[in-house]
Design a protein around this ligand. Structure first.
Ligand code: FES
Length: 125
């Protein structure tokens, strides 16, 4: 089973600040914020806009759709009930690896009313 996937070099992310990549059948947005690399599902949980086309403001990822602000580490949205799925990131020798098969759920986020973890699981990519 595929697990950690090389997706970018840290030097490239430090220069570009963000990048959309495909891995494990999912679209993933990589962000470089204050020296750390974060990976979130690229398709916004609100109305499916691309987070990688958003901006970073005061340490938060701002979606270009309706300006929801997401914590890059947990995916939790400020003042919203939904959270954006995130992925574990591993950096080795300046290379960024992500495990696309194991999205995480923000601590304290409530399961979707349809059951399971849909509130923080990727929909479609
Ligand atoms: S689509 Fe992201 S906030 Fe609406």
């Amino acid at each position: 089973m595929q697990e950690w996937v090389y997706l970018a070099d840290v030097s490239e992310l430090a220069r570009r600040k963000k990048k959309r990549v495909e891995a494990g059948g999912r679209s993933i947005a990589l962000f470089y914020i204050d020296g750390d690399v974060y990976a979130l599902h690229d398709v916004c949980v609100h109305k499916q806009r691309s987070l990688s086309k958003g901006t970073v403001l005061q340490g938060r990822i701002v979606c270009p759709g309706h300006q929801w602000r997401f914590d890059p580490a947990t995916g939790a949205a400020d003042d919203q009930p939904l959270c954006q799925p995130t992925y574990d990131v591993r950096v080795e020798d300046g290379r960024v690896y992500v495990n696309p098969l194991r999205p995480r759920r923000a601590p304290g986020s409530a399961p979707d009313v349809r059951g399971g973890d849909r509130a923080c699981s990727p929909t479609s990519s």
